[in-house]
Design a protein around this ligand. Structure first.
Ligand SMILES: O=C([O-])CC(=O)C(=O)O
Ligand SMILES: [Mg+2]
Length: 289
């Protein structure tokens, strides 16, 4: 499926009236599983990109090239639309523009650009923000970097838990005015904060996370939230499975007695084995074998 169609599917989610949960994806296998399970959207978080590619924490060590390459691998493996966490855009506004070009070429359906100061400055422990003006420049540069107008660009701010609600609203409104397609909010701690941002803006909202009392999809949809993230449990589950399996093998368990392995059927589905066999028949002359 052409990249444009994937982007249009993400746009349809944003212009719809319901709120969906994306599947957290990070590689070719995870995106295929999410697609097979019927998820409408994959979320490729910066944290899981760092873990999958580098095995490192989410501290902006991954490069744009590495992120885009992982996105490209997912685009090849599946047609599921993917929203990519492009962090701060890997530098200043000019880097943001380049980031958009690379992720667009890699097949992303949409991406977020945030106004957090990354990587953290010398001597600073807490999160720092870039100025609203710099954030606006980044959003404009992101829009300028897009060559397929269907690519979704989201302005992301976590200001509410750093500089407060008023600043978060000011930023959301300023990013909205640049022409971005949606607002991505992190750090929202309660209904009143979400309701205040929602009332002050008009774009669809994507919620990076929410407290326990804000998980009802109907409520979120009523606040114009169209996508609500749920963290990255699949990566944690995979890590645990690899740990348990290696531990059991190290302790002498025989491979045939291991628990929790993917069945041959599941592995075969994830590999798209039926498609490969059909192609082998068609192109390698193995039709009747
Ligand atoms: O975008 C997300 O999925 C949340 C996030 O920032 C990350 O995981 O790096
Ligand atoms: Mg992130």
């Amino acid at each position: 499926m052409a990249f444009r169609q994937r982007r249009q599917r993400l746009r349809a989610i944003l212009t719809g009236s319901t709120c969906i949960r994306p599947g957290s994806v990070y590689d070719a296998t995870s995106i295929r599983i999410a697609e097979d399970l019927g998820f409408e959207l994959g979320m490729f978080g910066g944290s899981v990109a760092s873990l999958a590619v580098l095995g490192d924490p989410d501290i902006a060590l991954i490069t744009l090239t590495e992120l885009a390459e992982q996105m490209r691998r997912m685009s090849r493996a599946s047609t599921l639309p993917v929203l990519v966490d492009a962090d701060h855009g890997y530098g200043n506004a000019l880097n943001v523009r380049r980031t958009v070009q690379e992720l667009e070429a890699a097949g992303a359906a949409g991406l977020t650009i945030e106004d957090t100061l990354l990587p953290p400055a010398f001597g600073q422990t807490g999160t720092q923000m870039i100025t609203l003006e710099e954030g606006v420049g980044k959003m404009k540069a992101a829009l300028d970097g897009r060559s397929d107008p269907s690519l979704v660009i989201m302005g992301r701010t976590g200001a509410v838990s750093v500089t407060g609600l008023d600043d978060a609203i000011a930023r959301a409104k300023a990013y909205e005015a640049t022409g971005v397609d949606a607002l991505f909010l992190t750090g929202i701690k309660g209904r009143s904060e979400l309701e205040a941002v929602s009332a002050a803006t008009r774009l669809p909202i994507v919620l990076g996370g929410a407290p326990e009392d804000m998980t009802a999809l109907d409520y979120l949809a009523g606040q114009r939230v169209r996508i609500a993230l749920q963290g990255h449990a699949p990566f944690a589950a995979a890590t645990q499975a690899v740990y348990q399996t290696l531990k059991a093998l190290r302790e002498g368990t025989s491979p045939k007695n291991l628990n929790g392995l993917a069945s041959a059927e599941l592995t075969s589905r994830a590999m798209r084995d039926a498609d490969v066999k059909a192609r082998s028949g068609e192109f390698l002359g193995l039709k009747n074998k």
